[in-house]
Design a protein around this ligand. Structure first.
Ligand code: FES
Ligand code: FE2
Length: 429
């Protein structure tokens, strides 16, 4: 349980708030690169940490992220004209470079050939960079740190797929879920099976694909270099198994890394504002060493639906089960009313870590996972379950199935085929 005040501190991300200050020390993905390329205007409205912005790509390929409204009379720049060297406002033609500097104000330039007006006009602009098929933005103070090169983002012999959702709830609900191993047994096993049985009954199907229920016998959490390692022992397993021995990592402050050497998913829980989260899953499928993954001209992306035709949460797919419970906790979960138990000790540990790192930022220090040394940042490799072949194959299939609606299905299937001798086709659904 948190006091109302502590809950506000942990969830409010606007400028000047303690969590807003902490979150501004990190690069956040704001779009898939291909998503911007598909926009006819080559612009995208972005809301990040409570700030309204316009992302654009110039005709020469430069990226800019500037405030949403034109400095002149406040037209929405997401409807502007992306030109060679900047973004031109559609209303009276003022043009801004990727740094936000006004470089043309046509009628004013005619009246004042010395450019007196435009030289004093500059929009707030933030740095943007691309990595692993994503566009990242940094809204914090200078000096600007490096974009963290988490290993799946920089894997070269791999294919990728990106899944995007905007959830109507605070980011912390999504991230706390990753510190809560026991929910897997209930939400994904018992409840998932219940929903699948109901659905099969409704569709008059006899064949119900239910999951084995994995009973938790023990859970544990450790701080490590990049965040917290989550460990569990399922019934029938021991502390010698990878789930306990290696565990899997939560990357501070808002990323989950799950997978194996075959495939890994980075899940970014990006705070749009206090009550919305941009959830981006970046799937990476690696080719078996010595084999070659197909070349991807671009990393495809897709928007994951949250609601069914009855306007109820979709609850029969694993990730949707997670989304549904995060949303069901409300726009900002009332942590002042919750009753925590033994299963929540990872959540409690994470909240303390957030407090510790907010305090570090208040002292003017870099918080955890801010990287400035290019050598260290070359490839950041948190531990992942490098498991025996059977398990790796299973987890790869699992991620492939989740990615089954992607336009990268053929590429994923081909890449997994390099690992799995008798690969079942990855079916689209
Ligand atoms: S409002 Fe943008 S140029 Fe006038
Ligand atoms: Fe989950």
């Amino acid at each position: 349980m948190l006091t109302q005040e502590a809950n506000r501190r942990a969830t409010e991300v606007g400028p000047g708030t303690p969590m807003g200050n902490l979150m501004r020390r990190y690069w956040h993905p704001i779009a898939a690169s291909a998503e911007l390329d598909d926009e006819p205007l080559r612009t995208k409205s972005v809301r990040l940490l409570g700030e309204d912005l316009t992302l654009f790509r110039t005709q020469r390929g430069g990226l800019g992220l500037v405030e949403k409204h034109c400095a002149h009379r406040r037209a929405d720049l997401a409807y502007g004209i992306a030109e060679d060297d900047g973004l031109r406002c559609q209303y009276h033609g003022w043009k801004y470079s990727t740094t936000g500097q006004c470089i043309e104000a046509p009628f004013e330039d005619t009246m004042h050939p010395d450019g007196a007006l435009k030289s004093t006009v500059k929009l707030t602009a933030y740095p943007v960079q691309e990595l692993g098929g994503l566009i990242f933005a940094y809204l914090g103070p200078e000096p600007v740190p490096l974009v963290p090169r988490w290993s799946p983002l920089v894997a070269e012999n791999a294919v990728r797929d990106i899944a995007i959702s905007v959830l109507p709830c605070n980011w912390l609900q999504c991230q706390e879920n990753s510190l809560d191993p026991v929910h897997v047994e209930w939400l994904h096993n018992h409840y998932g099976n219940y929903v699948r049985r109901l659905k099969a009954h409704e569709n008059r199907q006899d064949n119900v694909g239910v999951r084995n229920v994995q009973n938790h016998r023990k859970i544990g959490f450790d701080l490590f270099e990049y965040g917290i390692i989550k460990r569990r022992v399922f019934a029938g397993f021991t502390e010698e198994d990878d789930d306990w021995k290696i565990g899997h990592p939560i990357l501070f402050p808002n990323i989950l890394l799950v997978g194996s050497e075959v495939s890994a998913t980075l899940q970014f829980r990006v705070p749009v504002d206090d009550t919305h989260t941009l959830h981006i899953s970046n799937y990476t499928f690696n080719a078996r060493p010595g084999t070659q993954a197909p070349r991807q001209a671009r990393v495809p992306y897709r928007h994951v639906p949250l609601y069914d035709e009855r306007n109820r949460y979709i609850v029969d797919l694993t990730f949707n089960q997670d989304y549904s419970v995060w949303m069901s906790q409300g726009p900002i979960a009332r942590r002042d009313l919750e009753r925590l138990g033994e299963s929540d000790k990872g959540v409690a540990m994470f909240r303390l870590l957030l407090e510790r790192e907010m305090a570090a930022v208040a002292r003017g220090e870099d918080p955890m996972n801010v990287f400035r040394d290019p050598e260290t940042n070359e490839c950041l490799e948190p531990p992942l379950e490098q498991t025996k072949f059977g398990h790796t194959e299973r987890s790869a299939r699992y991620f492939a199935a989740e990615a089954g609606v992607s336009s990268a299905v053929a590429e994923i299937e081909q890449t997994l085929g390099t690992w799995v001798t008798q690969a079942e086709p990855v079916r689209a659904r």
